[in-house]
Design a protein around this ligand. Structure first.
Ligand SMILES: Cc1cc2nc3c(=O)[nH]c(=O)nc-3n(C[C@H](O)[C@H](O)[C@H](O)COP(=O)(O)O)c2cc1C
Length: 134
């Protein structure tokens, strides 16, 4: 909602594009189970809102959980996110949710405290490029 996670997502996208990957970047309300099913890999991000993933990201899983489960076993995923003082708990909740769908975590998560620094944005680009090279 505030733009910090969006900046990180755009850096992840740029990293994947730099390795020649075809990238679809979507905000949670526009994402569907088919997006995950059709992708070779997925990278999802969330802010920490009230010590959990954002409501819009949770809504994505509420809408698509049964569509994805059983169709993406072993598909590589990675996560990133931004938080205030509460740390990585929302990102860990996101990891748990995606693990439960059968995908496999391929890379370490990237976290930022509030607005991503240039170092964090570089780590986001690296996340995208590493995923593209898997
Ligand atoms: C409604 C709301 C609830 C939040 N709750 C938490 C929280 O429980 N723990 C935390 O560490 N940060 C919390 N934050 C801070 C955000 O995680 C942080 O500002 C983050 O950078 C927001 O990302 P965004 O700009 O993509 O929305 C909250 C922010 C908002 C707007």
């Amino acid at each position: 909602m505030g733009g910090n996670v969006k900046k990180m997502a755009e850096a992840v996208r740029d990293g994947a594009l730099s390795e020649g990957a075809t990238v679809t970047l979507k905000e949670a309300p526009d994402a569907t189970a088919e997006d995950v099913i059709e992708a070779d890999a997925v990278i999802m991000g969330t802010p920490n809102y009230a010590s959990y993933m954002s409501g819009l990201m949770k809504d994505f899983f509420d809408r698509s959980l049964f569509g994805i489960r059983g169709k993406c076993d072993g598909k590589p995923y990675a996560t990133f996110g931004s938080y205030g003082g509460g740390g990585m708990v929302a990102i860990e909740a996101l990891n748990k949710m995606i693990d439960g769908l059968g995908l496999k975590k391929a890379l370490d998560s990237v976290g930022a405290q509030r607005e991503p620094s240039s170092e964090v944005l570089e780590a986001c680009r690296a996340l995208g490029s590493k995923m593209a090279m898997l």
